[in-house]
Design a protein. Structure first.
Length: 263
């Protein structure tokens, strides 16, 4: 593993919790890295939007990993991915209504109680909108934070992708997120697909961060102040120096936009 060999100077590492729930070489490698870096656990399977509630066994395994790793943060998404015990390979959207807000709040409270720490909840990338949604996403997440005490993980690439796909204004939406709840920012690349006369942006984490997302990042730092920032690159992985180069770009823009203040 290049990270184990190179030990580059980066602020923190973030891993998908579900990749490390079992014992074995991957868990041992994570424990070795944890000795040198803060680690954030980014879950993708808690299904916090599920009306069936959070699966107790899965939550217990994530909690055991958190106890073992002692992460700097634990996060998951405003989505659902489980139905009747079947796990889907996608983060599925939910209607943003008062009913779903109550469900997500209950699930987040239960997860935080088992984890013995607050979660951070990430805004997902969206490809459709429910016609019966009544609460805009920034207000939904703000109210979720107020009711549950959770933090927010603001993914700026997801914000841009969702706005482009649904006809929104990412910069205008950025103004509506609660600054005090935001504990981390995500940056990533996405792809553009054309379907007939339509364009669809896909949050594939397979390329460098695009300039529109960099501009959102600079505005976010102006609005919220410095925040811990992660470059996500999960597929079509480049070399480690290329990844570190993206991290350097993020650090430079953070310093420029914050007047040199550290996150």
């Amino acid at each position: 593993m290049p990270m184990l060999e190179a030990r580059p100077a980066v602020g923190f590492l973030e891993v998908h919790a579900e990749n490390y729930l079992g014992a074995g070489p991957s868990r041992r490698a994570l424990e070795r890295l944890r000795a040198d870096y803060p680690v954030s656990l980014h879950a993708v399977g808690l299904s916090l939007g599920s009306a069936e509630g959070v699966d107790a066994d899965h939550l217990g395994r994530v909690a055991e990993l958190a106890l073992r790793i002692d992460p700097a943060a634990v996060s998951d998404h405003l989505s659902w991915s489980v139905a009747e015990g079947v796990y889907f390979p996608d983060l599925l959207p939910l209607p943003l209504t008062e009913e779903s807000l109550e469900i997500v709040t209950s699930n987040v409270l239960r997860a935080q109680d088992r984890l013995r720490r607050p979660l951070m909840i990430e805004n997902p990338s969206s490809y459709l909108a429910f016609t019966h949604s009544t609460i805009p996403e920034p207000e939904f997440l703000a109210e979720l934070s107020r009711r549950s005490g959770c933090g927010l993980l603001l993914d700026l690439n997801n914000l841009y992708v969702s706005a482009a796909n649904l006809g929104g204004d990412a910069e205008a939406e950025l103004d509506r997120f609660p600054a005090t709840a935001i504990g981390e920012l995500h940056l990533a690349g996405h792809s553009l697909r054309r379907i007939g006369d339509a364009e669809l942006r896909i949050d594939d984490h397979a390329s460098a961060v695009g300039e529109p997302v960099w501009r959102l990042y600079e505005k976010a730092i102006h609005l919220f102040g410095p925040r811990a920032t992660l470059i996500e690159w999960d597929s079509a992985l480049p070399s480690l120096p290329t990844l570190l180069g993206e991290a350097v770009l993020a650090q430079e823009r953070l310093a420029r936009s914050s007047g040199g203040r550290a996150p």
